[in-house]
Write a protein that binds this ligand. Sequence first.
Ligand code: NAD
Length: 494
Amino acid sequence: KTFNYEFDNRSFKGETSVSLGLYINGQFVEGKKGETFDVTNPSTGEKLTSVCTGTKEDVDIAVKAAQKAFDTTWGLKCPGSQRAAVLHRIANLMEKHIDEFSALETLNTGKPFSWSKKSDLAMALDTFRYYAGWADKISGKVIETTEDKLAYTRHEPIGVVGQIIAWNFPVMLLAWKIGPALACGNCVILKPSEFTPLTALLFAKIVHEAGVPAGVINIINGTGPKVGQAIAEHPGIEKIAFTGSTLTGRKIMEASGKSNLKNVTLELGGKSPNIIMDDADIDQAVEWTVHGVFWNLGQCCCAGTRIFVHEKIYAEFMEKFTARSKKVKVGDPFDPETDLGALVSDIQYNRVMSYIEAGKKDGAKIVLGGDPIQKDGYWLGPTIFTDTKPNMSIVREEIFGPVGVIIKFKDDDDVVHQANDTTYGLAAAVFSKNIDRALKTAHRLNAGTIWVNCYNQLHAQVPFGGYKQSGIGRELGEYALENYTSVKAVHVNF
Ligand code: NAD
């Protein structure tokens, strides 16, 4: 069965066709039980199609296919230069179909087409190309030990890797996972989010066209408890790379520990601080702060949701920030003028609204937004709270919606203390024209990424990952290669 859709919008006229099956061992199959789940267009609330769901048995079949591919056509059997060529072919084919990918991503996530294309797809292409560059440069070291002996290291692929991802950046997260895994010679079983399975299915079509050997990439859709759990527990999977909530991250570690002690990397949630010092360029800070907190409707693990503003510039910042936030255009995701589309699902919508209600009940003041936009689908605009207290749920918990809290501070020690007062540690930002002060503050913040006078800068060559309960390990850059290789030391007596 396939999903066929004709787009005729202000951004894109064209069509897409994706197979709705599981992609296992180089083929689309229905799955052992032939079960399906529904997929929705969040900007209308309408059902788009039903996608095949896998089972434990399907995961097992995929693992066997992946193991066979690892031993025969991929892994150490395939020279790095050939793996690089495959990754380049994938990127080139995605680029050829970039409008189709972007439109499908928009249809399934509700995010604006312009952002799907210039951000998510662009980053996915960069990531595949960046790791194509690494594929033939992964090598060990020679280490001299004694006069007549030496050791050398080999960075070998791990084997079959399970990859489980979230719905906020489906195709980009897929690239962050599959790019480095394949460059290092691993085979993968990827489970997209059950809310956003469609671009991964289009990707499977590309994989086929790019001539990736059967079994090297397997894509199994389905829910977390069903397919995700089966991946996390499978004894034939040597490693899990996960992107999602901290709660699910714990479950994955538990399942991995109980099965075969898998190597686990986790990219989890956040509640990132964004600090505006009294010597900041206020117009610049306002522009980046709006982007930092509202980009992708705040459905962003690194969203700058705790906005700390120095008391000396509070009034001016608030006036400009509120005025700028009012100008953010929420609407038809296929309209080129749109900044923000719809939230991804009814579940997410209800979750965000319940936080807004809790904030009001706890006594925080809403200075913008907070009311649902009356439309079919899941709509909510930029929402700003002030007058919060440190223990309120809107200050402490990840909301994953377009909701920011503004917190006044007095001095640098005070703001560093408050910024670090969280169980998360994914990202943070500092705005100051005094670079010495900005960098000193950056070094004191407990987070894996710090932006100075900017926000949401992500590049394939720069590592990304969390301190504390925001994660374990780093994605992107040279650092991600460590996630996907085992180091072997060989001692030689000569
Ligand atoms: P989620 O944890 O609900 O789901 C993520 C994935 O895990 C989905 O594919 C889901 O099906 C699967 N899953 C659910 N239960 C499972 C289980 N028991 N075993 C195995 N797999 C299971 O998260 P979400 O709602 O899809 O995404 C939002 C979260 O992701 C936020 O907390 C956000 O901060 C985080 N996130 C982090 C990053 C990062 O790089 N740090 C990036 C994007 C999103």
